[in-house]
Design a protein. Structure first.
Length: 105
């Protein structure tokens, strides 16, 4: 019986061991990102920054057009539960399509 309990006890202690705390430091010179001014930028900042960094927006692929941004905003509401009103979603989608819809040259 002792032979069977020893491996089980070892597994329990291994799983129950406290996790090691990991820390990290952001690189020097990291600056806050703000969206370019434009019609709808204020609504976009107010809604999007409530859940994530605005820098997340500019990391999305460029040149995808209005439907891409409409789908992205819809995903934020439908999948992630962002509390964005339908009228604001339209404003945000339009602003993002105008601001980030063209490919970078």
């Amino acid at each position: 019986m002792m032979v069977l309990c020893l491996p089980v006890a070892a597994i329990i202690f291994a799983v129950a061991a406290p996790a090691k705390v990991v820390t990290y430091t952001l690189p020097e010179g990291t600056e806050d990102f703000t969206l370019p001014e434009g019609e709808g930028s204020d609504v976009t900042v107010a809604n999007c920054a409530a859940c994530h960094s605005l820098d997340y927006i500019r990391t999305q692929p460029r040149g995808k057009g209005a439907q891409f941004w409409k789908d992205e905003v819809h995903k934020m509401v439908a999948v992630y539960g962002a509390p964005i009103e339908p009228a604001d979603a339209d404003i945000i989608s339009t602003y993002l399509a105008k601001t980030y819809g063209e490919p970078v040259k």
